[in-house]
Write a protein that binds this ligand. Sequence first.
Ligand SMILES: C[S@@+](CC[C@H](N)C(=O)[O-])C[C@H]1O[C@@H](n2cnc3c(N)ncnc32)[C@H](O)[C@@H]1O
Length: 293
Amino acid sequence: MSLSLFSSQLYRDAVDRLTEAGIGNAQQEALWIIEEASGITRLQIYAEARDVVDLETYQRVVSLIERRALHEPLQYVLGSQEFCGVDIAVKPGVLIPRPESELLVEEATLLLQSYTQPVIIDVGTGSGCLAISLARALKHAVVIASDLSFSALQVAKFNAGKYDKNTQILWLTGDLLAPLSSSSLAGKVTAIIANLPYISHEEWDRLSPDVKDFEPRLALDGGPDGLDVYRRLLHEAPSVLAPDGVVLMEVGVGQVDRLREEVEASQFFHVRKIQSDLQGIPRMVCLQRISHS
Ligand SMILES: C[S@@+](CC[C@H](N)C(=O)[O-])C[C@H]1O[C@@H](n2cnc3c(N)ncnc32)[C@H](O)[C@@H]1O
């Protein structure tokens, strides 16, 4: 990119660089990046503004454009992704929240709003998007969030600190439900919310480089058939759930039938509801604990 200190020229150079790198939506993305990094508005750019961009701003924009030109996801470059109406900070090491995961928040909110004080655990919280949205939607709930990744939890706590200072979320580090199993909440959890890794090895090979090279494998890789982590969760869930507790899980394309077989084999749950996302893909599975008493 040539050195130009006019905002309109900066925009043209940015579009050229992104186009050359094969970024499909180059014009829109250049605008987003320039607005985020410089405070220059798209109106100024459209007006062919000849306002001078200082060197520091120029270098900041160029470095972000270069990251995007190397196909780093736009959300990492911009540093955030909107989820359930909230701006969630993300950075490499933390999964970018996906719109289909909002289904988990919608279903949990519908299901739990009539409870006096539901206890919810968001297992594998990542950026904290689910825990924060649930705490905002269900003010009367006790919300716990856990992750194996310490760095993801740091980002989640930062995100929670940006909103509702009064909302208390209990943050735990560890493998699946292990951090809860010896706590006083074991046996009292109303709902487990789980968007855990579910990408199979076959699917992993087909993932786009934008995802595979930048998003954390720990957040995506669910083992050979994608269900390794969910199998372990099903095994651990009965010891922390209340007798009428539920598990809400997000699953991948074509996984519902295999998951149903696992659920039936466990004899602790039955499938209460399956909800499809906006593309018609069965995405959210709600399991109801079977009472053996
Ligand atoms: C698919 S990401 C989902 C993140 C976030 N809940 C969301 O919806 O965007 C899965 C998350 O589970 C975490 N994770 C993976 N294996 C885990 C395990 N065994 N125990 C706890 N967390 C785990 C990853 O670090 C990652 O943050």
